[in-house]
Ligand binder design. Structure first.
Ligand code: SAM
Length: 448
């Protein structure tokens, strides 16, 4: 098999696995990448991420060429999506190559291969001429099909925000996110790391808001970089970096005891430990025993020594270390819609009722922590979603139940951030189309 067929076959296998609700795109792609040649990784990533991102639009295009009475097998449907994605979204692959290599995936089933060949030829000839629903006359279908999102999400976002906001957010969330990392200042300065990365052929630029952030370009395989292996940096979006700064402001004296309750894989845990200069105590808890191992691996690689890991639930009524914690970070499980650039599959996996279920869980976790921490203690509640129901509404409901908690305004704590990253209520909030980072939300709450 030629390399290009191997890459498409690997991409097709991923697309099939990703139909499973519990399969997550980044670990899967990382695992399959290990079996491919470095030279093939770019195309492989593009095929998997691109096809999943544009799946809704591709299905609509294909529905114009596949008679409705045909009930396609899942594999055939995914081969067609893969082919249509190359024809409609990738300029550098010649049409005949895209069709030929994709049809190969159906062999030895001759009839299926002929059918796929015929449909893809029609897509290549007429796919660009199809007229999409007019986004002004029919915004719901217009945005849903042209930008490839499920209708229920578009409806929800137009109602929570407006049409312009929704279009901007959907467009930005379809872009490929930059590779952003946090310099591990326990081991190296930002400037020294930028120079070391340059020696490895990687360009790195400082981020504008996070003092430890860098944006990397020219990385083919992160795992093979010496600087990564040595623990000089941790991949982490700039928005996520700012949450730890909200928990541990530079201008206050450093607390002795910090708890991170939903901690795995440890992006923020290791940042908190770093900000504390490897001193004091960071207790990192997570309900998943498997994921706790990831925190431990990250601590090991980054040279973090002040973290203790605990397997347990943030819903437990007696979490003994909460009573003496100075700061508690609650980075709750959420719908994750702020990270669509990195996880395009979640738009197809999440169902409408899950948002309210998550919001209930988030409120329960927050209330459970609230009654166990000491007076003067601080909770930082954070998510990587843009859903008002999981963000502002959770805090409003929480404050109804716990009026003794006040919001410590984020604007006074994060002076390097632009004013438009703070809400009128004093929360930190970012969106990819406005701030060029992941969508995120954080509220700093003090128990009075
Ligand atoms: C958004 S992720 C946390 C990301 C992490 N803070 C970081 O920066 O790398 C949410 C985590 O909450 C964990 N989780 C879910 N339910 C939980 C519970 N009841 N108690 C503790 N952890 C929970 C999940 O296993 C998941 O690792």
């Amino acid at each position: 098999m030629s390399n290009s067929v191997t890459v498409r076959k690997a991409a097709l296998d991923c697309l099939e696995k990703l139909q499973h609700p519990n399969c997550r795109i980044s670990p899967l792609v990382r695992q399959v990448s290990q079996q491919l040649q470095p030279v093939d990784l770019k195309l492989f990533h593009e095929l998997v991420y691109g096809t999943i991102r544009w799946q809704g639009q591709l299905d609509w295009v294909l529905s114009n060429f596949v008679p409705q009475r045909f009930r396609l097998q899942k594999r055939v449907q995914n081969i067609l999506r893969l082919g249509a994605y190359q024809l409609l979204h990738l300029d550098r692959i010649p049409v005949h190559a895209a069709i030929y290599e994709t049809v190969e995936l159906a062999k030895p089933k001759v009839k299926t291969a002929r059918f796929i060949n015929a449909v893809l030829r029609n897509v290549s000839r007429q796919g660009d001429e199809l007229s999409l629903p007019d986004p002004v006359e029919d915004p719901l279908n217009g945005i849903s099909i042209s930008l490839s999102y499920p209708k229920w999400l578009i409806k929800r976002w137009i109602s929570d925000h407006d049409l312009g906001w929704t279009t901007g957010f959907c467009r930005a969330s379809n872009l490929v996110a930059p590779l952003t990392a946090r310099v591990n200042t326990l081991k190296i300065s930002r400037q020294d790391l930028i120079e070391q990365l340059a020696a490895e052929g990687v360009n790195a630029q400082p981020t504008t808001i996070s003092p430890e952030g860098i944006q990397l370009t020219g990385v083919n395989d992160l795992g093979r970089l010496y600087t990564h292996e040595e623990g000089f940096f941790q991949v982490q979006d700039e928005a996520a970096q700012m949450v730890s700064h909200l928990a541990l402001p530079e201008q206050t004296c450093q607390p002795q005891s910090v708890v991170d309750l939903c901690a795995a894989p440890g992006g923020k845990t290791t940042h908190l430990a770093q900000l504390m200069g490897n001193k004091g105590r960071v207790i990192a808890m997570d309900v998943s025993k498997e994921k706790i191992k990831l925190i431990e691996q990250n601590c090991q690689r980054l040279g973090v020594q002040n973290v203790e890991t605990v397997v347990g639930s943030a819903l437990d009524s007696e979490i003994d270390f909460l009573s003496f914690a100075d700061v508690v970070l609650v980075d709750v499980p959420c719908s994750g819609f702020g990270t669509l650039r990195r996880h395009p599959d979640i738009r197809w996996k999440k169902k409408p009722n899950q948002i309210s279920e998550l919001a209930n869980l988030q409120l329960q976790i927050l209330c459970n922590v609230a009654c166990q921490i000491q007076r003067g203690g601080i909770i930082v509640y954070s998510t990587c979603t843009i859903e008002i129901e999981e963000n502002q509404k959770v805090i409003t409901q929480f404050q109804h139940q716990y009026p003794n908690f006040i919001v410590d305004p984020a604007g006074a704590i994060l002076p390097s951030a632009e004013q438009n990253t703070f809400t009128v209520e004093g929360y930190w909030q970012t969106f990819p189309h406005l701030h060029h980072m992941d969508g995120s939300f954080a509220a700093r709450l003090i128990k009075t």
